[in-house]
Design a protein around this ligand. Structure first.
Ligand code: ATP
Ligand code: MG
Length: 578
């Protein structure tokens, strides 16, 4: 935390100094008030004759103090917010930067709901904590110790009465905070849950409506909300009981001061003005103590949030970056050497002892039943996950030797689920390679068979894509994702079932354009349809996490029963196309 506070220490010190001056002005008032009453009105030292001039001059002094106090208060506000907002801003940027280094496994581990809560709500809580700390620490400690000091200066006995009430008040505070503390972490976890349900429901609103599951989702969201409210009310109840108890204690103190004071005034030891001032100081002390409650409440909540933010900040990139810069003699070769893989945390081995060599410029298709590990296999090449055992070599070097950026710049991948951003179509394509120009965008769109439909839209490449790509059809989205991968001009091109939504004719045109325009690029095509794969150099059939067969369409038709079964099941469609 100090790392951030240090950068804005100047602003924080200014804020603290103005807060100090504001409270000092407040503390000076009761003493002047007591002089107005005793000397100006009652004429205590002048035989009972009041002094109007003194009332005027002391009154003016009070007004000046109020004005200075007000000005200091406003400046304090300005500097507190400047420092807290800036600290929050820096934290948010750092956390975001760190999240960008997370591996797929780390993303799975935190979950998007929790990440969003931490970057938004938790950092806001920490921000509030910083401003509360700068303001509250100075204000409460000055109000408490200052009013005690002035009280003792006015009348030692009054000071002692207040001092006796202190242990009771502190005891009450500690009790409440010990009850509320564990609830703050719980509150943030419940917020995580609400955020993740909210995200799922908003992005999945179409399927919710299609399956008429609105009520089910409303109940699920409602329950998460109810849980949050329950905890929030629990916290509020704890503090709701505390305030009246502290108030009551202070009013007992005021009553004792009044009782003792009336005897002392009778005996001529003290004056009514002093009693008035003592009561005002007691009220200020009470304000200080109540402020302390708020402060501790804010600190506890802020600390719970800070721990969650710190957890994100302390996560180190899981994939150790090798130092190799990617300069190789070979361009586009891939080799799986006895590769096995199980997703971290799950005991199930998805890939078992896979060995496969893909030559530069070769086009290899990966087929197999749904869930057999096709996506997993291709995701290991750019090191989205690390192999459990074995080695993957790209251009003859272990992928773990590479600098991650260098490795991934050799590979372009169109993922199974096309993720588009809410920008224009052109921007979505150029996103694949920032230094590309409009001609490159159009060329890759042409290869991806996307140019035709893009030009038919009213704004062409400038057409905005709605969030999540909902304004495009499944096949259009896939083609924009393919264009985004193609524009990267990399040595290896991976399509993870990325043309599944295209009609057979468009898909055939896509692959012949790719063959024509990118002859030297190694291509790995994950697919379900025989029509997609029958013209590639080699087809790999995955079964139960192992390679069941590998070869050309013709070879597999003769040698692989699994492949023949797939072929037979799709025959009808095949024949139509052919
Ligand atoms: N992030 C993950 N964490 C844990 N298990 C996973 C994860 N992703 C996939 N799996 C599991 O690994 C297995 C292989 O999944 P994979 O996505 O590679 O299948 P696939 O062959 O691509 O299927 P499909 O044809 O449906 O796309 C599945 O059993 C799946 O449940
Ligand atoms: Mg898949």
């Amino acid at each position: 935390m100090w790392k951030y506070v240090r950068r804005y220490l100047g602003l924080a010190i200014l804020a603290a100094a103005f807060m100090f001056s504001e409270v000092l002005m407040d503390l000076l008032q009761p003493e002047i008030m007591s002089r107005i009453v005793d000397e100006g009105v009652l004429g205590v030292n002048h035989g009972g004759t009041g002094d109007l001039n003194l009332i005027w001059s002391l009154g003016l002094r009070m007004i000046c103090l109020v004005l200075i106090g007000g000005l200091c208060g406003s400046l304090n506000n300005v500097f507190v917010h400047m420092s807290a907002q800036n600290i929050g801003n820096e934290m948010r940027k750092d956390v975001f930067r760190n999240i960008m280094t997370f591996s797929f496994q780390q993303m799975d581990q935190f979950g998007t709901g929790s990440l969003v809560t931490r970057v938004t709500n938790d950092i806001t809580q920490v921000q509030n904590f910083v401003s509360l700390f700068i303001r509250g620490m100075i204000r409460t400690s000055m109000l408490m110790f200052g009013s005690m000091y002035f009280m003792f200066r006015l009348n030692t006995q009054f000071g002692l009465i207040v001092l006796c009430a202190f242990p009771f008040i502190v005891g009450c505070l500690v009790f409440c905070l010990s009850k509320a503390n564990p609830l703050f972490s719980k509150l943030q976890e419940q917020l995580d849950r609400i955020n993740s349900i909210m995200q799922e429901d908003v992005s999945g609103i179409r399927i919710i409506k299609a399956c008429v599951r609105e009520v089910y989702e409303k109940v699920r969201f409602g329950k998460a909300n109810d849980d949050l409210i329950k905890t929030q009310l629990h916290v509020l109840t704890v503090f709701a009981f505390m305030n009246p108890v502290v108030n009551a204690l202070m009013y007992v103190v005021v009553t004792i001061i009044l009782l003792t004071g009336s005897y002392e005034v009778g005996a001529g030891v003290t004056t009514p003005g002093v009693i008035m001032a003592a009561i005002t100081y007691t009220t200020q002390l009470l304000n200080g103590i109540l402020g302390l409650t708020m402060l501790f409440q804010g600190i506890s909540r802020g600390y719970a949030s800070w721990k969650r933010v710190r957890e994100l900040m302390s996560v180190r990139p899981q994939l150790r970056d090798g130092g190799f810069d990617g300069n190789t003699d070979i361009h586009g070769s891939i080799e799986f050497r006895n590769v096995s893989f199980a997703y971290p945390g799950s005991g199930k081995t998805v890939l078992k002892d896979i060995s496969l060599t893909i030559q530069p410029g070769e086009t290899v298709a990966v087929m197999g039943a749904t869930g057999c590990g096709k996506s997993t296999l291709v995701n290991l090449i750019p090191r989205f996950y690390d192999v459990t055992s074995g080695t993957i070599l790209v251009d003859g070097r272990d992928v773990r030797d590479y600098n991650l950026k260098a490795l991934r710049s050799k590979i372009a991948i169109a993922l199974q689920k096309s993720e588009l951003f809410s920008q224009t179509i052109g921007e979505n394509i150029i996103w694949g390679r920032a230094d590309a120009d409009d001609t490159a965008v159009e060329r890759s769109a042409e290869i991806a068979q996307a140019d035709g439909f893009i030009r038919k839209t009213p704004d062409g490449y400038q057409t905005m894509v709605a969030q999540g790509g909902t304004s495009l059809s499944g096949g259009q989205k896939q083609r924009v994702s393919i264009a985004r991968a193609v524009i990267r001009d990399s040595e290896i091109l991976i399509f993870d079932d990325s043309s599944s939504a295209l009609d057979l004719k468009t898909e055939a045109e896509l692959f012949s354009a790719l063959k024509r325009e990118k002859p030297g690029t190694t291509k790995i095509i994950v697919a379900q349809r025989i029509a997609t794969v029958r013209h590639v150099d080699r087809i790999v059939v995955l079964e139960n996490g192992t390679i069941a067969a590998c070869g050309s369409h013709e070879a597999l038709m003769n040698a692989s029963r699994t492949y023949r079964d797939i072929y037979d099941s799709q025959m009808g469609k095949e024949e139509q196309h052919d």
